[in-house]
Write a protein that binds this ligand. Structure first.
Ligand code: MN3
Length: 234
C-alpha cells in the first residue's frame, strides 16, 4: 500500500492491530485449562533478532526483546491476574492506571509492554532515509524540514535524563517531538504516537556503551520506519 512495504505482515500492521495482538486473545485464553496468570502474550518481533545489525546487534535485541520486553509481559500478567485488568486491552490498562500512585507497578509494566512493541515497529532493516511524500509534507509543515525534525528528535532522545523515550507524535494537527521518563508514554496525554526511540541504557549499552548520541543518530539515519509513522498518522 505504501512504498517500502515489502510483504512483512507485521510491518503492515496498523498501531491498533498490533496493540490488539499485544493484548492477546483474552476470551479464548480465559476459558483454557492451561491458562497462566493472564492473557497477554509477547508479540513477535517484526524481524529477525539480528536484522538490525550493524546498528543494533542481535545480542542487544536478544536481551532487550527476549528478557526485558518479556519480563514486562510476565510481570503485567502476574499483576493483572484476578483483577479488573486481567481481560482489559493494554491501552485501557494504561489509561486506567496512569497517574495513580497505588497502580504504579501495573502502569509501569503495561506501558513498557506497549512502548517496546511500538519501538520494535518504529524500526526496520534498511530504514531511515526519506519519509514517504505524504509524511514528508506533514513533517515540513511542522518542523520546516525532515532534518530539523530529526535534529529535534535526536536532541530529545539525547537530553532525556536517565531512562525514557523520545517520540514523534501528532498533537492536534501538528507533528511534534516529546520525551517521556521511565515507562511513561505520550498516549496518556492525548496525542498520537508516530514513532519512538528507546533511550534506556539496555537499548544501546552493549553496542554503544555510554555513547547514546551515536545510537540515536544511527537509529534515525538507518533504521527509522517512516512508513510505520505514516500509518499511525492515519
Ligand atoms: Mn527498553
Amino acid at each position: 500500500m505504501y512504498p517500502g512495504n515489502v510483504g512483512n505482515t507485521s510491518l503492515q500492521l496498523r498501531r491498533r492491530d498490533f496493540l490488539m495482538a499485544a493484548a492477546g486473545t483474552a476470551a479464548a485464553l480465559a476459558t483454557g485449562t492451561a491458562r497462566a496468570a493472564s492473557p497477554l502474550v509477547l508479540p513477535p518481533l517484526p524481524y529477525a533478532e539480528n536484522a538490525l545489525e550493524p546498528v543494533i546487534s542481535g545480542r542487544t535485541i536478544s536481551f532487550h526483546y527476549g528478557k526485558h520486553h518479556k519480563t514486562y509481559v510476565d510481570n503485567l500478567n502476574k499483576l493483572a491476574a484476578g483483577t479488573e485488568y486481567a481481560d482489559m486491552p493494554l491501552e485501557q490498562i494504561i489509561a486506567a492506571t496512569a497517574g495513580k500512585p497505588e497502580k504504579t507497578a501495573i502502569f509501569n509494566n503495561a506501558a513498557q509492554v506497549w512502548n517496546h512493541t511500538f519501538y520494535w515497529n518504529s524500526m526496520k532493516p534498511g530504514g531511515g532515509g526519506d519519509p514517504p511524500a505524504a509524511l514528508k509534507q506533514r513533517i515540513e509543515a511542522s518542523f520546516g524540514s525532515v532534518d530539523a525534525c530529526k535534529k529535534e528528535l535526536a536532541a530529545a532522545a539525547v537530553s532525556q535524563f536517565g531512562s525514557g523515550w523520545a517520540w514523534l507524535v501528532l498533537g492536534g494537527d501538528k507533528l511534534k517531538v516529546v520525551k517521556t521518563a521511565n515507562a511513561n508514554d505520550p498516549l496518556t496525554t492525548g496525542v498520537t504516537p508516530l514513532v519512538t526511540v528507546d533511550v534506556w541504557e539496555h537499548a544501546y549499552y552493549l553496542d554503544y556503551q555510554n555513547r547514546r548520541a551515536d545510537y540515536v543518530g544511527a537509529v534515525l539515519d538507518k533504521l527509522l520506519n517512516w512508513e510505520f509513522a505514516l500509518r499511525n498518522l492515519g
